[in-house]
Design a protein around this ligand. Structure first.
Ligand code: HEC
Length: 127
């Protein structure tokens, strides 16, 4: 499933959707695409926005991790992944975690991009 022929197309579509004026509105089917393609798009977004703290592999060892007051989670730990609900992760990405370095991404990333990030974060432990 990982290397479907549509994958490159999805990345292109994601990139163009991202720069559109509607990027912040809740588009249709943001949840329905939750799957391998969603996770692949999430990886692109993760590397751009999150890896500085969470690490390029999601292991919590980004270049900035050492200077933060609280350590970013190691998403590659299957034990962490066990207890996670996608809805909760979506909420954390949207609103951030008050009192920690984890920023709110709701204002800057559209809902489908945030769902892609949820898919990716839940996927890294499996790889
Ligand atoms: C400035 C550094 C920083 C950036 C950038 C950042 N985070 Fe975080 N994030 C953190 C820290 C620190 C925590 C841990 C907070 C705590 O639990 O004390 C965290 C926690 C989280 C959690 C909760 C994990 C858990 O269950 O404990 C998720 C999910 C998350 N981040 C996703 C993301 C995503 C997705 C992005 C990119 C869109 C991102 N973060 C960008 C610093 C960052």
């Amino acid at each position: 499933m990982r290397s479907t022929p549509g994958r490159t197309l999805w990345v292109i579509m994601w990139l163009s959707a991202c720069s559109g004026p509607d990027a912040g509105s809740s588009g249709p089917g943001s949840r329905g695409e939750f799957g391998a393609a969603s996770s692949d798009r999430g990886e692109v977004s993760f590397l751009r926005h999150c890896s500085i703290c969470h690490g390029a592999r999601g292991d919590g060892r980004g270049p900035r991790a050492g200077s933060l007051s609280s350590t970013p989670r190691d998403f590659t730990n299957p034990v962490w992944r066990e207890g996670q609900k996608p809805e909760d992760i979506f909420r954390i990405i949207t609103d951030g975690l008050t009192g920690t370095a984890m920023p709110a991404w709701g204002p800057s990333l559209g809902p489908s991009e945030r769902w892609d990030l949820v898919a990716y974060v839940l996927d890294v432990a499996r790889e």
